[in-house]
Ligand binder design. Structure first.
Ligand SMILES: [Zn+2]
Length: 341
């Protein structure tokens, strides 16, 4: 397995996060980079730099003005008198209020969904580097069968024009668009992160060329709350090309694997020319913010099923937070995937 990574992704280092009204250490810590990299190293995989593929693969799925905001915000920070070590707002645009303000503070509220995505000194190089890893993994998967992109921060909660849920650029969507451009499509995304891939769904919701399927905890009382329900199946030309498979909180290996297999059946019926797996590891039973109870054996079984589909496959890291099981589950997933290929 080729592993694409860059130390730049550790340059986004959020400190605080409001959870249930209390500031806590941000779960999406820079330490995740080294932990996941070392877990891949322990598996004996070949590590590689992603190269620089520029902004075009990012703009293929993201609004250019939003990308420019992310790229330029830190350099504009003097526009916010009294600013500390991050650009963050507490005022967010609602659907009823959608005018585009000129100032940086207002733009932050226009382009963010919540307070989990502060822009700090190293945020842009980190999210840009993660997106480059996704591009490189997509290319490598098409060339040689499969690859893994060590992306952090994660991406699947980022819409075409908004950050949220720790995510800025939608790495899985970037990888899928890259595969689509190279093959002519169709392609598919299978998201097994414990949280619904709402940004990915949003980006491709009206399109038939990218099938999106997400297996996740029921959003009726869990992030991202406002999307991820089973009756969201796509719209317009994309009708029938989005699938959500929500599971009750606390679900363990058997129902989770059944949902993954159902998702893979949807993928197979689409006959894609490439597959992106949004590889969150936060469905793990030990994950500090997870809501399901998937074991290492569960991840190994899912990896084998996905590998057996036989598709060019880019594994793109999504969630999975600091706990002893995080590196173990990555090492185990990659090994099981390789063994089944
Ligand atoms: Zn997640």
């Amino acid at each position: 397995m080729r592993i694409f990574h860059t130390p730049d992704t550790a340059r986004h280092d959020p400190e605080r996060y409001w959870r249930r009204g209390t500031p806590i250490p941000h779960p999406e810590q820079a330490a995740r980079y080294a932990i996941l990299r070392d877990a891949a190293l322990r598996g004996g995989h070949a590590l590689a730099a992603p190269g620089d593929h520029g902004l075009d693969p990012i703009r293929a799925v993201h609004d250019p003005d939003y990308v420019a905001f992310l790229a330029e915000a830190w350099a504009r920070r003097a526009e916010m008198p009294g600013i500390g070590d991050e650009i963050l707002t507490g005022a967010f645009a609602r659907p009823q209020m959608h005018r585009k303000p000129a100032g940086l503070l207002g733009l932050a509220g226009l382009y963010m969904a919540d307070t989990s995505t502060p822009i700090r000194a190293g945020t842009w190089p980190a999210v840009y580097g993660a997106a480059q890893c996704a591009v490189a993994a997509a290319d490598a998967a098409l060339a040689s069968g499969h690859a893994y992109a060590l992306c952090r921060p994660p991406g699947h909660h980022a819409y075409a024009d908004s950050a949220g849920g720790f995510c800025f650029l939608n790495n899985s969507a970037v990888a899928a668009a890259r595969m689509l451009a190279a093959t002519g499509g169709p392609v598919a995304i299978l998201d097994i992160d414990v949280h619904h891939g709402n940004g990915t769904q949003g980006i491709f919701y009206a399109r038939a060329d990218v099938l999106t399927v997400s297996v996740h905890a029921d959003p009726s009382d869990y992030f991202p709350f406002f999307a991820g329900y089973a009756d969201e199946t796509g719209e317009g030309p994309g009708a029938g090309f989005n699938g959500n498979l929500p599971l009750p909180p606390g679900s363990g290996d058997a129902p989770w694997l059944a949902a993954v297999e159902a998702g893979l059946a949807r993928v197979a019926a689409h006959a894609p020319r490439g597959l992106v797996v949004a590889l969150g590891l936060d469905a793990a039973e030990d994950d500090p913010i997870g809501a399901l109870r998937v074991t290492q054996a569960g991840f190994e079984a899912a990896a084998a099923r996905i590998a057996e589909a036989g598709l060019p496959t880019a594994l793109v890291q999504e969630g999975g937070y600091l706990c002893a099981a995080l590196p173990r589950n990555l090492t185990a997933f990659l090994a099981a995937f390789d063994a089944a290929r």
